[in-house]
Design a protein around this ligand. Structure first.
Ligand code: URA
Length: 195
C-alpha cells in the first residue's frame, strides 16, 4: 500500500523515512541536518522543544547545546537519562539565526510531530517553552500562566514547563524548572501506577 501521509506510517523508522530529505518548508534551504528526535520509541515521557539550534543542526540530535546540558541535569534530578525518554521539537530544522519558527513552518511540521506522539504514545508530555505548550494544549496563554499546572489532552498528561534555555538567561528560572521536573516525576509515577 502506498504511504500517502505521516498518518500511514506505522513505526518511527517508517515516519523518518517518510520525512526523508524534507523540502516541505523554507527551513530546508538553510539547515544542515534535519533533527527528527531521539530516545526510547516506547518512552512513557516525551519532551517537545521548539526548534534545533546551531549544535543540533550540526549533529542531527535535539538538545545537545547549552540548553541540552541543562535538560540532562534536570532529567538527572528526577532519576532519568535521555535514553529513557523521547525528545523532539516543534520543527525539525533550524530557523536561521535561531529566530522563532514562522507559523507556516510550525504548521508544515506539525503532522509529523503529531504522528510521532501517536506512535510513541507517551503517558506524559512535557512541553518545553511556549511554542510546544501552545501547540499541544491549543491555547495562547503565556507560558508563565500555563506552567505549574497539569492538563489532559487525548488521554495524556501534559505538563508545560519553561524552556531550559530560559534558565540560561534568567537564573531564577532554574529553581522553577527543578520544581516543575519534580512535578513531572510525580505525574509519571502516578501514570505508571495506573492512577
Ligand atoms: N532548543 C530547542 O528547543 N530544541 C533543541 O533541540 C535545542 C534547543
Amino acid at each position: 500500500m502506498a504511504v500517502d501521509g505521516p498518518g500511514d506510517c506505522s513505526s518511527l523508522d517508517a515516519l523518518r523515512e517518510h520525512v526523508g530529505d524534507c523540502q516541505r518548508c523554507a527551513l530546508a534551504a538553510t539547515r544542515n541536518r534535519l533533527v527528527f528526535g531521539v530516545g526510547d520509541p516506547h518512552a512513557r515521557l516525551m519532551f517537545i522543544g521548539e526548534a534545533p539550534g546551531k549544535n543540533e543542526d550540526l549533529t542531527g540530535e535535539p538538545f545537545v547545546g547549552a540548553a541540552g546540558k541543562f535538560l540532562d541535569e534536570l532529567l538527572d534530578s528526577i532519576g532519568l537519562h535521555r535514553s529513557q525518554v523521547y525528545i523532539a521539537n516543534m520543527v525539525k530544522c533550524r530557523p536561521p539565526g535561531n529566530r522563532d519558527p514562522e507559523p507556516i513552518e510550525l504548521q508544515t511540521c506539525a503532522p509529523f510531530l503529531a504522528r510521532q506522539i501517536e506512535l510513541i504514545a507517551p503517558d506524559v508530555i512535557a512541553t518545553l517553552g511556549r511554542f510546544a505548550a501552545h501547540y499541544v494544549l491549543q491555547v495562547t496563554e503565556p507560558i508563565t500562566t500555563l506552567r505549574g499546572k497539569l492538563y489532559h489532552r487525548d488521554g495524556r498528561n501534559i505538563v508545560p514547563v519553561f524552556h531550559p534555555a530560559a534558565a540560561l538567561y534568567d537564573s531564577s528560572k532554574r529553581g522553577v524548572l527543578l520544581d516543575d521536573f519534580h512535578r513531572i516525576r510525580v505525574v509519571l509515577d502516578r501514570a505508571e501506577r495506573g492512577e
